[in-house]
Design a protein around this ligand. Structure first.
Ligand code: F6P
Length: 363
């Protein structure tokens, strides 16, 4: 059977295990020899026990677990050529020429570069007798399929990244808990949520929790935001509300690009309205815990589709990323999605927020 390996890379997210399980089982079902690569790219570079053959039962009882059972890492060695040579050698000597990478845009970009370089890497390995001529010929094509695992929902091309829905559940649960104590004490709470440079989690959490205000990177506050915020909070209290909830995305900024932090918002509320105010930073709680049903199913569907894409690949097939489009699992060109995702980051850096939002939308 064909050699196929799966690994998770970058920040973990709920639902990654469902994807790993699905890749392993679909791979075995289609007659592949399937491997786990532990600890992301680092495991690929280090080889040894990090690359282990998987069987049907090695992925039993993991679908309900958060995180990734095969570990994840940010790898510096893979950035060096020698690291990539080692990684290629570890794959070729095991007959692995199909890779499913589960991670964010950085991890997917790394995989694409690796594939572009594959032929050169094999030539160099052969020149130094680290692989044989037969191996050079037999494993000359590397195929790659990517799955987007991230709580941030910051990847262009997919409607939902694996983990976003679970993170939202966790955030909403936390806000509901805060609301009850805020009510008792007539307090204002400022909740900081994750998302890096993407405001999706904050925005959707604010909608789902009736928050009074949300700060996100894509919609930087105007110069008179302090006035507007205070007016709104006051109005809410005057109309009989006993508490206020303000959601701040960790990447929130003003129009000059300066961070709008939970501390800053608290100072504004306390100085202007003298409200009893507290901050809750949700942090990594958002990324842990058991995956929602949605993320489990998403991981299953994406994993199966990735394996099918690899099995159908010809030497000319470009790496794909398996995405959710409406309710369909679709294959999109990996590099185009990565390019668009990077263009969003650039548009944000250039303070062209309209363009950023436009690029992030479906095309
Ligand atoms: O990308 C996922 C994420 O959780 C972001 O929301 C957050 O900014 C970052 O990772 C935190 O990274 P770390 O786990 O390295 O602290």
């Amino acid at each position: 059977g064909k050699g196929l390996a799966v690994f998770t890379s970058g920040g973990d997210s709920q639902g990654m295990n469902a994807a790993v399980r699905s890749v392993v089982r679909m791979g075995i079902y289609l007659g592949c020899k399937v491997y786990f690569i532990r600890e992301g790219y680092q495991g690929m570079v280090d080889g040894g026990d990090n690359i282990e053959e998987a069987n049907w039962s090695s992925v039993s009882s993991i679908i309900h677990k958060g995180g990734t059972i095969i570990g994840s890492a940010r790898c510096m060695d893979f950035i060096q050529k020698e690291g990539r040579l080692k990684a290629a050698c570890n794959l070729v000597t095991r007959g692995i020429t199909n890779l499913v990478v589960i991670g964010g845009d950085g991890s997917l970009t790394g995989a694409n570069l690796f594939r572009q370089e594959w032929s050169d890497l094999l030539d160099e390995l052969l020149a130094h007798n680290r692989i044989t001529k037969d191996q050079r010929e037999k494993y000359k094509y590397l195929h790659i399929a990517g799955l987007v695992g991230s709580i941030d929902n910051d990847f262009c091309g997919t409607d939902m990244t694996i983990g976003t829905d679970s993170a939202l559940h966790r955030i909403i649960e936390a806000i509901d808990a805060i609301v009850s104590t805020a009510y008792s004490h007539q307090r204002t709470f400022i909740m900081e949520v994750m998302g890096r440079h993407c405001g999706y989690l904050a925005l959707v959490a604010a909608l789902a929790s009736e928050a009074d205000q949300v700060f996100i990177p894509e919609d930087p506050v105007p110069h008179n935001w302090v006035e507007k915020l205070c007016k709104r909070l006051q109005q809410e209290r005057k109309s009989g509300q006993r508490l206020n909830i303000i959601i701040v995305a960790e990447g929130a900024i003003d129009r000059e690009g300066k961070p709008i932090t939970a501390e800053l918002v608290k100072k504004v509320v306390v100085d202007n309205l003298q409200q009893d105010t507290r901050i809750t930073v949700l942090g990594h709680v958002q990324r842990g815990g058991s995956p929602s049903a949605f993320d489990r199913i998403l991981g299953c569907r994406m994993g199966a589709e990735a394996v099918m894409a690899l099995m159908e690949a010809t030497p000319e097939t470009e790496p794909c990323v398996v995405s959710l489009d409406g309710n369909q699992a679709v294959r999109l060109p990996l590099m185009e999605c990565v390019r668009r995702t990077k263009a969003v980051a650039q548009a944000m850096t250039d303070k062209n927020w309209e363009l950023a939002v436009q690029l992030r939308g479906r095309s």
